[in-house]
Design a protein around this ligand. Structure first.
Ligand SMILES: C[S@@+](CC[C@H](N)C(=O)[O-])C[C@H]1O[C@@H](n2cnc3c(N)ncnc32)[C@H](O)[C@@H]1O
Length: 268
């Protein structure tokens, strides 16, 4: 990976600050490591798979103006190139946005360093999506409300969220919170029911929730070595998940790592 200059916040400096400041500081701190996930073939394959499986829940207009909230290092912009009209990525980690601008920019691609609750783009979007974001919000209702305001009437909001329904996965996450200092210990657990009611409170209609990721998700999250071994295994895991994710949702709902929640802003 090309040498990047990332500013490193001091942990102790943020001990008495609010949730969003601590979360932003954590992502600034781990930015360099975070960016690498999409550079390793095994991880990249699983992350592309997760993105496309997330977005397939809605019919996207061909020239859609798309906003990604919590875009991280902005690789989704590259994965979606040629499939959408324009892409705007927002993230409050300045280090991640710095990387995104340097490596994932292009025509009709824009990256903004901002907290979504303060983001005022002066335009609205046909589709807003977020991967792994909602459980970082301290106030889900007000964050969702401000996000939904940025949708065109009839536009879709889609989020991919870790689900706590599988006790084994839930345990694995709890262990990781304790032992991995790069994993936020303040993340919430959002059940299908709580996601649905949050979307309904944000006045989204046609809310749907589908399970996502049975074998591929660990490859999207944890870079495994050697790549010559784990790349084909990751490809196989994604291929298997593509088949599994076509099964009736009840067949693997409580086993999946993630839930995709989608809702539409009402037409006036
Ligand atoms: C788990 S990461 C996911 C990043 C990216 N979507 C991915 O899949 O790699 C969550 C991201 O959301 C960002 N984030 C969290 N709360 C935010 C907020 N209120 N406004 C903007 N970005 C936020 C964090 O900085 C972080 O980059």
């Amino acid at each position: 990976m090309e040498e990047q200059r990332f500013s490193q916040p001091e942990d102790s400096q943020f001990a008495n600050t609010d949730h969003a400041t601590r979360d932003r500081a954590l992502f600034d701190q781990i930015a360099e490591k975070y960016c690498r996930k999409d550079l390793l073939p095994a991880t990249q394959h699983a992350r592309r798979h997760r993105l496309f499986q997330t977005l397939k829940s809605v019919q996207m207009p061909p020239h859609a103006d798309v906003l990604e909230v919590g875009c991280g290092a902005g690789f989704a912009a590259k994965y979606l190139e040629g499939r959408i009209g324009s892409y705007c990525g927002v993230d409050y980690s300045e280090n991640l946005i710095h990387y995104a601008r340097a490596h994932n920019s292009g025509p009709e691609i824009e990256f903004v360093a901002a907290n979504i609750k303060d983001f005022q783009p002066g335009k609205s979007f046909d589709l807003i999506f977020a991967i792994g974001l909602l459980h970082h919000f301290d106030d889900l209702d007000s964050m969702l409300e401000s996000t939904v305001q940025l949708l065109n009437p009839g536009g879709w909001f889609i989020a991919n969220e870790p689900q706590p329904g599988n006790p084994l996965i839930s345990l694995a996450r709890r262990v990781r919170k304790r032992i991995d200092s790069h994993y936020s210990s303040e993340q919430k657990e959002l059940t299908a029911k709580s996601l649905r009611s949050a979307c309904e409170r944000a006045k989204l209609s046609s809310v749907q929730i589908v399970p996502q990721g049975l074998f591929s998700t660990p490859f999207a999250e944890v870079p495994l070595h050697p790549q010559w071994l784990f790349t084909p295994v990751s490809i196989l895991a994604c291929f298997t998940d593509k088949i599994v994710e076509r099964l009736p949702e009840k067949a693997f709902h409580s086993l999946s790592w993630n839930l995709v929640v989608a809702g539409q802003r009402q037409e006036h």
